[in-house]
Each structure stands twice: as structure tokens, then as C-alpha cells.
Design a protein around this ligand. Structure first.
Ligand code: GLN
Length: 487
């Protein structure tokens, strides 16, 4: 069952929240082979459920997520529960506080099944950089037993939702980490406008890009959950002080009077023919929903990915300086070592290869002599990418593009080739640089039987426009495929 069906069923008394929590705790326990969870928290889910059942019995008003057990990405600080960002350096770190977003979800009546695996510090596109081992996608290519990636960095979230271990999960998206894993596992995920969800208590990767968002199996479920996650937070200086609309209540798939833009520059050379065909189909679905479809131009698209892979590592190198063996998690203090030796030993042992690569790149582009050539230049490019979108939104209300350049790839296929891994983010990174709301909705299966997603990008603060266009696609795509259970 999806999020809304569970919530409404609990409210109607068709079943108890405890029954729902038990069924999902069992599903999580039985799916250890997927490695989607790093820590299971069955008691958290049960306690939240019991509270909802008691509130219902007492006739109290129930929250918008009442009785819904969810998975929590390991990037969120959860009080008393290991929050390691899937790293060794934070292994064993149990925060004495709760992130704003997770607290809001508990206040809305949700419970936690466990902490979801992810790429270490959210750096990656395949979930293979996790210190706790890769996640296996529940999907397989037809006629092949190869284990596929569930995408990344929110790969535990996408696998768990696609495998029906939970109706919904939190994700975070810095350059595509909600949309890309959602697309390749056949689920729905939305990254809201930068500043909609508080970043307080979310382990920082690249602070000017990081946003939290929901991953679920329908547009409506995403709208409900995003409503519970979003809102102004004085503890995050980049949080937007604006009311949270009733996105779920205002969902409307009638796109009459709306214009959809198709960015010319996203038609890259050598594009997968099936991705291109699904994009064409998406256009027709939006026309059928009443929208006008026009070509638009985002001329600086080809510079977005290189700019992202300067800005994100630069911010990461600064954010990750705090993990020094003094304050959190791991400490490696060799016999007779001084402070510098402790820093070096702790960081050498505590960070994985991809994290070290980003710290090195980030430190390099911020160093004297290279700062202007790389970092300042990338910031200028970022402004041009933002301006491209603003110019395009003079002609359209929402943009339609593929979410990823390919369907899911096999584990190991790109691990020795960071550049080809980074290229996976080519369609998701521009909206991140521009801070825009963007969503992936499942469109179809390819000839290997693997899901493909379509991406919608909206104007700043127009999550509603994105969700509405997403709903129009969802209704026409009729995507009901599920992975065959093998775990
Ligand atoms: N795959 C991208 C990266 O590795 C995006 C990650 C993210 O959005 N957290 O940086």
C-alpha cells in the first residue's frame, strides 16, 4: 500500500497503525539481501504507531503522515540512532538531536523503520561509495541475473520504496540524488526549491545545493510527504520564510493554459533511443492533458556538469573539514602521535576513496592561484545556468526532460571510471545549480524491462506546477510495473 492508502486506512479504522508497522518491520527484516538499510529501528516504528492508535482511540486529530512507517536516509541526524552518512568516520555517531525534517515527519505521525543506506556523504550515483556496502536494486534486466544499481546517492531509499519495504522514504538531492535513483527504480521523487526544506541536522555535502525531499510511489504521496517536510526553520539561514501550500489538496492534472518547454540542449549526441522515445511520449501525454508544448533553449547546459563538479567538491572540502577525530565518530590516534598525525590518520582511515577525491578536487579549486580560474569561473557559469532557466520560464511554465541518460547500470560497471559516473548526472545537475523544484516520475519500461523516468523542472517555489504536470504524466503513463521478488 502507498502512503495515502495507509494513512486513510488507519484513520478509517480498517487496520491499526501497529499492524502496518509490524508488516513493514517484517518486510525490512526479510530483505536484508538488498542491504537497503544500515540500521533497523523497529521499535521506533512501533512506538510511533502505538501513539497514533492511542490518539485515534482518544478521538484526537491525526497528522498528515499518521500511521505511515518510513525509511530515513542516513544523512539525517536522528536522535540516539546512528547517523553516519554511510561513512566510517561517523560510524557509531548517535546525535543528541533530531534534524528538523525528521522531527517534522514524526510530528506528522510517521514512524521510522530504519536508516537507509546511501553513497558515503551523498557523493555518488550508484550507492557503491557506501562504507556499509552497496545496495542492490530490486530490479533485474530481463534474462540476466546481474545485480543492478538502485542509483545514488539515495539508493537505499529508492530500493526500499521500489521493493515495497516502505511506502515512502526521505531522500536528499545535491545534484540529482532524489531524481536519478527514483527514475531508475520506477518510483517518484521530488526535490523542492532550494530553501523549502530545512537543512538543519542534515549532514552537509554542498550547502548551496543540498535539499531534502520525499521518494514514494505516486505523485500524491510525494505531495503529502513534502507538505510534512517543508517549512521555514530559523535554525537554517537559507530556509525560505514562506507558507507551505496544500500541495496534495491542490493537485490538478488539467494543464489547459499551461506551456511545457522542451530544452533543445538536452538532446545530447548518442542519446539512448528508448530514452528519446519516452521523452516524445511524455510530450504527447502533456499535450493530451491540455498543455501547449514549445521548444526552449538552455544554452549553457553543457557547462553545468563541469561547474557542478567544481562547486560541489569545493563546498564539500570545506564542510568535511570538521571531521578531524576530535568532535565526532572515529578517532585514530597512533602511539606517540601529535595532533596533526591524529587528523591525518583519522581522515585517511575514515573517508572512502570518492570522498577523498572530492576533498582533493575541492581543496585544489579553492587554493590560491587556482581559485579564480576554477571556483570563481564555476560560480559565474552557475549564474548563467540560472539565467537560462529564468529566460526559458518567460516562454513556459514547466520544463520536461529525461531524468537520466540511461537506465540502471550494473554494479561495478562504472566504479573505475569516475567521469562516466559523473556523466550520469548530466540532466539532473542544471536544476540543482539553479535551485529549482524538480521531480522524476516513472514513464515506462525499456526493452530490458527496466524503468525509465521523466523529469519536470519548475519555476522557483512552483512545486505545485511540477506536481501537477507530474500527475498528468502519471495518469497517462499507467506505470504499474513492479520488480519480481528475488530477495
Ligand atoms: N551524483 C551526484 C554526485 O555525486 C549527486 C549527488 C547528490 O545529489 N547528493 O555529486
Amino acid at each position: 500500500m502507498g502512503l495515502k492508502a495507509i494513512r486513510d486506512g488507519v484513520a478509517a479504522g480498517d487496520f491499526t497503525a501497529r499492524e502496518v508497522a509490524e508488516v513493514h518491520n517484517d518486510a525490512v527484516a526479510a530483505a536484508a539481501e538488498l542491504n537497503a538499510f544500515i540500521v533497523n529501528t523497529p521499535d521506533h516504528a512501533l512506538a510511533a504507531a502505538d501513539k497514533v492508535d492511542a490518539d485515534r482511540a482518544a478521538g484526537k486529530e491525526l497528522g498528515p503522515m499518521a500511521g505511515v512507517p518510513i525509511g530515513m536516509k542516513d544523512l539525517f541526524a536522528t536522535k540516539g540512532v546512528q547517523s553516519a552518512a554511510a561513512s566510517h568516520i561517523l560510524e557509531g555517531f548517535k546525535p543528541p538531536y533530531e534534524s528538523t525534517v525528521s522531527q517534522k515527519l514524526w510530528d506528522a505521525g510517521a514512524g521510522m523503520l530504519g536508516k537507509l543506506n546511501m553513497d558515503q556523504f551523498a557523493m555518488g550515483s550508484s550507492n557503491e561509495t557506501s562504507y556499509f556496502g552497496n545496495v542492490a536494486s530490486p530490479w533485474k534486466r530481463q534474462g540476466s541475473n546481474a545485480t543492478l544499481t538502485p542509483g545514488g546517492s539515495s539508493g537505499g531509499s529508492s530500493a526500499a520504496v521500489a521493493a515495497r519495504l516502505c511506502p515512502a522514504a526521505t531522500g536528499t538531492d545535491t545534484g540529482g540524488s532524489i531524481r536519478q535513483p527514483a527514475a531508475i527504480t520506477g518510483i517518484t521523487g521530488i526535490k523542492p526549491t532550494y530553501g523549502r526544506c530545512s537543512r538543519w541536522g542534515i549532514v552537509a555535502f554542498a550547502s548551496s545545493l543540498d535539499q531534502a525531499g520525499p521518494m514514494a510511489r505516486s505523485v500524491e504521496d510525494c505531495a503529502i510527504m513534502l507538505g510534512a517536510m517543508a517549512g521555514f526553520d530559523p535554525k537554517d539561514s537559507t530556509s525560505i520564510d514562506a507558507p507551505v501550500p496544500d500541495w496534495a489538496g491542490l493537485l490538478d492534472a488539467d494543464l489547459a493554459g499551461k506551456t511545457v518547454g522542451i530544452p533543445r540542449e538536452y538532446r545530447v549526441d548518442g542519446m539512448d533511443a528508448e530514452i528519446e522515445a519516452s521523452w516524445e511520449e511524455g510530450k504527447q501525454w502533456l499535450r493530451d492533458a491540455g498543455a501547449k508544448v514549445v521548444d526552449v533553449s538552455l544554452p549553457h547546459t553543457k557547462y553545468a556538469l563541469p561547474a557542478y563538479y567544481i562547486i560541489a567538491p569545493a563546498e564539500a572540502s570545506s564542510n568535511l573539514a570538521r571531521y578531524d577525530g576530535v568532535r565526532y565518530g572515529l578517532r585514530d590516534l597512533p602511539e606517540g602521535a601529535g595532533l596533526q598525525d591524529m587528523y591525518a590518520a583519522t581522515r585517511s582511515a575514515g573517508f572512502g576513496d570518492e570522498v577523498k577525491r572530492r576533498i582533493l578536487i575541492g581543496t585544489y579549486v579553492l587554493s590560491a592561484g587556482f581559485y579564480d580560474a576554477y571556483y570563481t569561473q564555476a560560480q559565474k557559469v552557475r549564474t548563467l545556468v540560472q539565467k537560462d532557466f529564468m529566460d526559458a520560464f518567460e516562454q513556459c511554465d514547466v520544463i520536461l526532460a529525461p531524468t537520466t541518460p540511461t537506465a540502471a547500470f550494473a554494479l561495478g560497471e562504472k566504479t573505475d571510471d569516475p567521469l562516466s559516473m559523473y556523466l550520469n548526472d548530466v540532466f539532473s545537475v542544471p536544476a540543482s545549480l539553479a535551485g529549482l523544484p524538480a521531480m522524476s516520475v516513472p514513464a515506462t519500461l525499456n526493452s530490458d524491462g527496466l524503468p525509465l523516468g521523466l523529469q519536470l523542472v519548475g519555476k522557483p517555489m512552483d512545486e505545485q506546477g511540477v506536481l501537477n504536470a507530474g500527475l498528468a504524466i502519471e495518469q497517462r503513463a499507467g506505470f504499474t510495473a513492479q520488480p519480481e521478488k528475488w530477495w
